[in-house]
Design a protein around this ligand. Structure first.
Ligand SMILES: [Mn+2]
Length: 488
């Protein structure tokens, strides 16, 4: 990639108002007055007209209305967030905050949604960086200039796309400093905006805003369910891609699996929704194995936990545990089938009106019964469950909400989420697992180093549930047949 012209703190601070002539002296060597003048003109007008609104525009309007009704008379500030430095002058890929995306449909860095209280509700404004100024040289001399980072939407274009009046974000800090009346901001995304509001907000009140926006996302609307299905469908294709190249993964390692899935994620979606877990052999027992630097060996299992994130930022979260050579060994199958049975029990417990905890309890009961049956822990099952002794091998909860975040709605209160009741439109994962660490001396040697998880994405429907990821086989014999077909 090209390197930017050097900027000093002085030029950064004055980049907006100083004309190029004053900034060039000694700072942009080689920019003559003639070049500066030349660069100002000769550019076509590329303003776009008659843009269609983004697909979720009507949904975002309804979501903003719900937010408005919850906090009448208060100014609400929801930032998208800023670029984060990776090293020196390179940045991490930007991902807008879920709160901002959920309420606007936009994903632009430095964007801020503000709801201003009015007599009968709120007036929404989305604050964005406008198109680069040609007159002051910003477009080619500033690191945020469009010549470097690409064309932005004009404010008028943004209004058409998102159905929200747009304003210049560079004026927002001053407006917020001057504003009177109660204000709340979603924290953790934009330090500059938070600084402008320092004297006006409290942590407790801001947390209430964050919690509301997390709980608002518990039940997905039609657009969200459609996007989650798209994410799942791409993820299914990504898993198929991996199975087709397992011989290459054997020749190289887990990174080949990760990279293969990533290709599908980038081609069909925005990215992976979280770091791919490509865990072969005993690495499957490390729950968040994302180093993916180990070998893939015939005879071992490959636990692949991965999800494509759509362009609208909804992610799938699917796990399959596959025999690298296409056939489970006896001990692998025994453990796999137990996890499958537990997952079946868990999925069967997902229905409207059920407690959120029910599917976890159902899956844990099956796993515990297996552990007792295999003689790994002394029964009865009730006692083991009461003491939680099965958790040495089941390790984690059986699922979580899924949406814009892979672990969605994380700020929701216990009473509305973990202690809550399932409703139609909720989407959650059901993902029991059994993990026998390679160094676990309490189990027979044949178990050690085997980890199995099966994870699907389940939509709560009016009369039960729908497995959005039913496109990937789960039963052990069906997995083997599917792999044989793909490798054929
Ligand atoms: Mn998960």
């Amino acid at each position: 990639m090209a390197e930017e012209l050097p900027e000093t703190p002085e030029t950064l601070a004055s980049a907006e108002e100083e004309p190029i002539k004053q900034r060039k002296n000694g700072l942009y060597p080689g920019v003559s007055d003639e070049l500066a003048e030349n660069m100002k003109s000769g550019w076509a007008d590329t303003e776009l007209h008659g843009l269609a609104p983004v697909a979720q525009a009507e949904h975002t309007a309804r979501r903003r209305a719900a937010l408005s009704a919850r906090f009448p008379g208060e100014r609400l500030v929801i930032p998208a967030g800023n670029l984060k430095t990776r090293s020196n002058d390179t940045e991490y890929a930007f991902r807008a905050s879920v709160e901002y995306t959920y309420l606007t449909g936009d994903q632009t860095e430095d964007g801020v949604l503000v709801l201003e209280p009015t007599a009968d509700g709120h007036r929404a404004t989305v604050y964005l960086l406008p198109r680069s100024d040609r007159e002051n040289g910003e477009f080619w001399l500033s690191g945020q200039g469009e010549l470097w980072v690409g064309r932005r939407h004009s404010l008028t274009e943004a209004e058409q796309l998102y159905g929200i009046p747009a304003s210049d974000v560079r004026e927002l800090p001053e407006r917020l400093r001057e504003a009177t009346g109660p204000v709340r901001v979603v924290r953790g995304h934009d330090g500059g905006i938070e600084t402008a509001l320092t004297d006006k907000v409290t942590a407790e009140r801001d947390e209430e805003l964050r919690v509301f926006l997390s709980e608002a996302r518990l039940v997905k609307d039609a657009f969200e369910v459609g996007e989650l299905q798209k994410a799942v469908d791409s993820t299914v294709r990504g898993f198929e891609d991996v199975v087709k190249v397992l011989d290459k993964a054997e020749a190289t390692g887990e990174r080949y699996v990760e990279g293969t899935f990533f290709l599908r994620a980038r081609v069909e979606g925005n990215d992976v929704g979280y770091g791919t877990i490509a865990a072969a052999g005993p690495h499957a027992c490390t729950l968040h194995w994302v180093r993916n630097d180990g070998p893939v060996r015939s005879g071992d299992l490959l636990l692949l936990d991965a999800g494509v994130e759509t362009h609208s930022l909804y992610t799938a979260d699917i796990t399959r545990t596959l025999p690298v050579n296409g056939a489970y060994s006896d001990i692998q199958r025994k453990i796999y089938d137990a996890v499958y049975e537990a997952q079946e029990a868990g999925i069967a417990a997902v229905r409207p009106g059920a407690k959120y905890r029910d599917f976890h309890d159902a899956a844990q009961r099956v796993l515990t019964a297996k552990l007792v049956e295999w003689g790994l822990v002394e029964g009865p099952v009730e006692r083991v469950l009461e003491l939680g002794l099965q958790r040495r091998w089941t390790l984690h909860g059986t699922g979580h909400m899924l949406g814009l975040d892979v672990h969605d709605c994380a700020a929701a209160r216990t009473e509305t989420y973990v202690d809550g009741t399932l409703e139609p439109g909720m989407v959650l994962t059901v993902e029991p697992g059994l993990y026998f660490q390679a160094d676990d001396l309490t189990v027979p040697a044949e178990y050690r180093g085997i980890g199995v998880r099966i994870e699907d994405d389940i939509l709560v429907t009016e009369d039960g549930n729908r497995n959005l990821s039913a496109g990937l086989p789960r039963r052990s014999d069906e997995v083997e047949a599917w792999m044989a077909r793909l490798k054929g």
